[in-house]
Design a protein around this ligand. Structure first.
Ligand code: OFO
Length: 179
């Protein structure tokens, strides 16, 4: 059985993961409106991943005898002044997620909840990738500012990203299938 303190912090985080999905889904709409379909695709995959991150925690809480509490999700921004601004927003957001996940890992260690320590480790590793992915694209977008046509090439690259179900037990729930 999970402690009340850890139940609360996991609930807060699963809601934050859905908030992440909301931000990225708003970016999908923004990029589609701008005709940047590759960027929209990349953000759609990101949205699906976040839904899985949240639902992995949701399922885990139930497995540990906790109660899932869904909160109201704040409205995300509607538009960004450039693709670079959107990816900078994504990177800053992921840095916040990393801090939150590290806090959960520290709390699990404090309580000697070895099961949660083990579970949250996947998220710790995932955050390294999440930050690196955004940073890599920020680097490309900064270079693209000086080269005409480069944005089009990046858009083509981002169009090939495909969703892969993360290896988190989802308890039969498949939010990753959201189209
Ligand atoms: Fe973007 O990361 Fe979830 O956890």
């Amino acid at each position: 059985m999970i402690s009340k303190k850890l139940e609360k912090v996991l609930n807060d985080q699963l809601n934050f993961e859905y908030y992440s999905a909301y931000i990225y889904f708003s970016m999908v709409a923004h990029f589609k409106s701008e005709g940047l379909m590759g960027f929209a695709n990349w953000m759609h995959v990101q949205t699906q991943e976040e839904l899985c991150h949240g639902t992995g925690m949701y399922n885990y809480l139930i497995q540990r005898g906790g109660k899932v509490a869904l909160h109201q999700i704040p409205a995300p921004p509607l538009s960004w002044k450039s693709p670079l601004a959107a990816f900078q927003n994504a990177y800053e957001h992921e840095c916040i997620v990393t801090k939150r996940i590290h806090n959960i890992a520290a709390m699990a260690a404090d309580e000697k909840d070895f099961a949660l320590s083990n579970f949250i480790q996947w998220y710790v590793s995932e955050q390294v990738e999440e930050e690196a992915n955004a940073l890599e694209i920020i680097g490309q977008l900064k270079m693209a500012e000086k080269a005409s046509g480069a944005l089009f090439m990046i858009d083509k690259d981002l169009a090939v990203r495909a969703f892969v179900m993360p290896p988190i037990p989802m308890g039969g729930l498949t939010p990753g299938a959201v189209a």
